[in-house]
Structure formats: structure tokens, C-alpha cells
Design a protein around this ligand. Structure first.
Ligand SMILES: NC(=O)c1ccc[n+]([C@@H]2O[C@H](COP(=O)([O-])OP(=O)(O)OC[C@H]3O[C@@H](n4cnc5c(N)ncnc54)[C@H](O)[C@@H]3O)[C@@H](O)[C@H]2O)c1
Length: 341
């Protein structure tokens, strides 16, 4: 198949590109490099089955494809809060444009939505039937509400135009090729530990998150995309293992062998207290569940960052990070400006 991946040079997109190429597909990655660099996919550029196109999804796109994974959107608050209006435009106009493309070519389209649609949840663990607890006017709203509106658009295109859509609600995902200084908690802790800097924990560190290794997530996305047409989602994709930030910090210290101290900072606004997916639906509908334990995934991620931090900087730099944060606002803390990936 010819498969379009918007946000194809981002963290998740670049892994998905590799996996789909490995499965024998042709992949067109579209990206405006708002929160990534070409470096993530530069080793794929020589592959005749891979193509990279610089394009902003807030503008229409005319290509002929068989499937669309719509991932384009900055995922870390450091990135999505840098230009909140653009973030909402990417979520809303980007989805309208990609849904229009899917309708024109008759291609199934998958949305990478987020656990952030649950906001600061009052139901635990989070099930897909829970409508969420989201502040519509906070500094995170451009992302949370943008994704909620994107979900609305996807489901309405299905109801109104019988378009085959798939909505994945992704929980915290981690692994190689995360940007080291975009404030996501795992990359922040790992980089801080490797640099012998203090690990910054926000609040008292008792807030919880669940962490899914990237390879598991990619398999879940592909399983959802290729599920029967009746399966539209939303479907939670994440690892139900739940850890406090203190537990995570201790695991990172053990894994890196670092003696870094833990430094506490004030908890930011709207930081969800608990986050854990109920993945019953994914198990039943897709036969999918994560297989990589946090300790194992951390080993691989630490290995990646050790190599990356030791390597010379590439020519292209990612967008500069401006404030500490994480994808789900479990503040893992800021890290000192680093060599770009
Ligand atoms: N990583 C996670 O833990 C996580 C959790 C929940 C949801 N998601 C979702 O998964 C998707 C990918 O996340 P990621 O972690 O790879 O983030 P990322 O920031 O690494 O990747 C997003 C990619 O989209 C591109 N992009 C942003 N705006 C664009 C635009 N207007 N036009 C074209 N490209 C644009 C960026 O340059 C980047 O390459 C996002 O939609 C995100 O909301 C991620």
C-alpha cells in the first residue's frame, strides 16, 4: 500500500515509518518540522519506498494514498504551548484537511488522539466511555480541546460520510528518538541522570503516569488501522502499569547508575493527578496489549540517549524548547539546553 503518515518525522511517526517500510509498504511522510527534524528519518531518505514532504497540514494536501495515519501535532507542552493558536489550527484545520483527503481518495484514516482528552480525570483507570474533565481555557487547552475537536470531526466524518476512521487515544509513550529537552518526563529524567544534573520532580512526585514503549504503541496503531471497518474507536492505547514520578525517578537513577539528587518544584496548573489506561477494549477488539516492561524499555531508552549525547550534533536543529513540561503534564522537569538531536 501507499501509506501517508502526517507528522512522519516526529518521535512516533519516525518509528511508524520504519515499521511500515519493514512490512513492505510505500511510505510518504509529511511534516513541517515544527517539533522535529529531518534527522529522525534521514537514514530512510535513500530508500526508494520512502518519501519525505515538507508540508503544513493546516493547508490542503493532494496526494494519492491507500491509508492515512494522521499524527501531525506537537505533543510536548513545550512545543504545543509555544504557538497555541497554531496548535489548535493543526488539530482542527489539519484534521479537516486530512479527512477531506481521505474522503476524496476513499482511504481509511487514523487519528493519534491522546489521553489528554480525559483532562484531570475523575474516573480511574480511564475508560473510553469517560467524557473527561478538561479546562477549556487553560494553557493546555489548545492541545486538549484541539484533540477533542479532532475526535469530533473524525466521528462526524464517519457518521455523515461513512468514512472509515480510527481514533487512537494514546497514553504516554517513550523510547529512542524522543527529543532530549522537550520536557517529557522520561527523556528529561534520563538526560538529567546521564548529565549528573538533579532530576526535577514537580509537586511531591506522587502523581502517576503509565508509560508505553514505542514499539508496543506502533503495533497498536497498525492493529487499529487494520481492524474491521466497524471499529472506529476511540480506543485507548497505552501500558496499564502505573508509576509515581518518584518511582520513575528511582528507576531511572538505578538504570543509569547516576547519583543525581531529586529536586522538587511547584506543580503546574491543571497537572493530572493520576493517569492509567483501561485497555480492555484494545485487548478485545485488536488482540493488542503491551509487551515491553518499563525496566526493559528504560534500558533501551537509556542506551539510545547515552549514544546520542556522546555523538556530534547533526546539521539540522529542532525547534528551541522554551519551558519545562511533558506530554501529559507530569512534569519530569526541565533539562539544561542540550545538543539538538
Ligand atoms: N508521545 C506521546 O506520548 C503521545 C501521547 C498521546 C498522543 N500523542 C500524539 O501522537 C502524535 C505524535 O506525537 P509525537 O510524540 O511523535 O510528537 P512529535 O512532536 O515528536 O511529532 C509530531 C510531528 O508533527 C509535526 N507537525 C506539527 N505540526 C504540524 C503541522 N501543522 N503540519 C505538519 N506537521 C506538523 C511535527 O513537526 C512533528 O514531526 C501527536 O499527534 C500527539 O498528539 C503522542
Amino acid at each position: 500500500m501507499n501509506i501517508l503518515i502526517t507528522g512522519g518525522s516526529g518521535f512516533i511517526g519516525s518509528h511508524l515509518c520504519r515499521r511500515l517500510l519493514g512490512l513492505g509498504h510505500d511510505v510518504l511522510a509529511v511534516d513541517n518540522f515544527f517539533s522535529s527534524t529531518r534527522h529522525n528519518v534521514h537514514d530512510l531518505l535513500a530508500d526508494p519506498h520512502f518519501e519525505l514532504l515538507r508540508h503544513d497540514v493546516t493547508f490542503p494536501l493532494y496526494v494519492e494514498v491507500d491509508q492515512i495515519y494522521h499524527l501531525a501535532c506537537p505533543a510536548s507542552p513545550v512545543h504545543y504551548q509555544r504557538d497555541p493558536v497554531q496548535t489548535t489550527k493543526t488539530c482542527v484545520l489539519g484534521s479537516i484537511n486530512m479527512l477531506g483527503l481521505a474522503k476524496r481518495v476513499g482511504a481509511p484514516i487514523l487519528l493519534s488522539s491522546t489521553s489528554e482528552v480525559y483532562g484531570d480525570p475523575t474516573v480511574h483507570p480511564q475508560v473510553e466511555s469517560y467524557w473527561g474533565n478538561v479546562n477549556p481555557i487553560g494553557t493546555r487547552s489548545c492541545y486538549d480541546e484541539g484533540k477533542r475537536c479532532a475526535e469530533t470531526l473524525f466521528i462526524d466524518y464517519h457518521r455523515q460520510h461513512a468514512l472509515p476512521v480510527k481514533v487512537a487515544r494514546i497514553f504516554n509513550t517513550y523510547g529512542p528518538r524522543m527529543v532530549p529537552d522537550d520536557g517529557r518526563v522520561i527523556s528529561s529524567f534520563v538526560v538529567q541522570a546521564l548529565r549528573a544534573q538533579p532530576l526535577t520532580v514537580y509537586g511531591d512526585g506522587s502523581q502517576t503516569r503509565s508509560f508505553c514503549y514505542i514499539d508496543d504503541l506502533v503495533e497498536g496503531l497498525i492493529a487499529l488501522m487494520n481492524s474491521p471497518a466497524a471499529v472506529t474507536g476511540p480506543v485507548n492505547l497505552g501500558n496499564p502499569g502505573e508509576f509515581t514520578m518518584i518511582e520513575l525517578a528511582e528507576k531511572v537513577l538505578a538504570c543509569t547508575g547516576s547519583g543525581s539528587p531529586i529536586e522538587y518544584r511547584a506543580l503546574p496548573a491543571d497537572d493530572p493527578a493520576r493517569r492509567r489506561p483501561d485497555i480492555t477494549l484494545a485487548r478485545e477488539l485488536l488482540g493488542w496489549q503491551p509487551t515491553v516492561r518499563l525496566d526493559e524499555g528504560l534500558e533501551r531508552t537509556v542506551g539510545y540517549f547515552r549514544r546520542t549525547l556522546a555523538a556530534p550534533a547533526p546539521a539540522t536543529a529542532p525547534a528551541p524548547a522554551t519551558a519545562p513540561s511533558t506530554e501529559t503534564a507530569t512534569r519530569g522537569g526541565s533539562v539544561a539546553p542540550s545538543r539538538p538531536l
